[in-house]
Design a binder for this molecule. Sequence first.
Ligand SMILES: O=C(O)CCC(=O)C(=O)O
Length: 298
Amino acid sequence: MTLALRNERPHAAIAGHLPSEPAEPGWLGTYRASGLAVIPGVLPVDRLDRIARDMHCTYERQLERLGLPTAPWSGRVSLLQNMERLLQADVKLYLAATRHNARLASLQQLVVSDAVLEVTAALGLQATSLPTSPVLHVMGDTLRIPGGYHGVATHQDWPVVQGSLDAVTMWFSLFDVTPQTFPLQLIPGSHRRGVWPSTITEHTSEIDPSTYVDADFVTATVSRGDLLVFTGFTVHRTAVKDCAGLRIAASMRYENTAERTFVERAYACAYQRTVVREVLFPGFPSAREVDGALGLAE
Ligand SMILES: O=C(O)CCC(=O)C(=O)O
């Protein structure tokens, strides 16, 4: 089933509320009942453009470095062209560039923007915390990595983080997502059954396929600027069948510092940060290279 899980405007007033009472956003009821909702038009489109342009810059610089032709920025098509060219030229370099793109300041700024933190507040999160940085999901039929990840299998997010029980996942798409452009599929109401049986795999903790059927899922179509939100217990997966084109989305997790069991578990977090202490490029940099980068070379 394909549903454009839409609701009222995020801050639509509810008739009968006293002016002093904060109006409950229309999507909140859907979120509580289904474990998921699409909030229309909350994300500033110019910020999404900024991220796409920054990503384009990353691939362009690497193509230039290899002496290959680049497509100048003209929107989604030019971004895809540069991604395809770099992937064809050097898979490792393409992966490094794509990993780097998850670290872009423009992306990090979006996921903690005022509009987003208003959503976490509406969801009742207090002193919202972030167990990890955004995860970038690039899907494209022409961007398949040989032997690599192509879509995430059916899973829940909470077991991956194990933080507050009311943790929220938000899914930010840079472009419109249709049923044919690798949308996310989710099982409404699945959050009411706690942790589903699963097996740990390379990319996730995959839910036992005997516990669901395809008809249980709804497909979340989103327009640019819409935000998909779902609980840490909502079962979901990437739709891949009959899909083509380019889809880029970032997912981000948000936790509630005040959730009782999270407090009792002393802010448990399965995500760990590791730092490599060894020198990555022995002998690099020289003082001259530092001067050059700082614009101090004579
Ligand atoms: O965007 C995707 O394809 C997968 C996202 C997802 O499942 C997640 O972030 O948990």
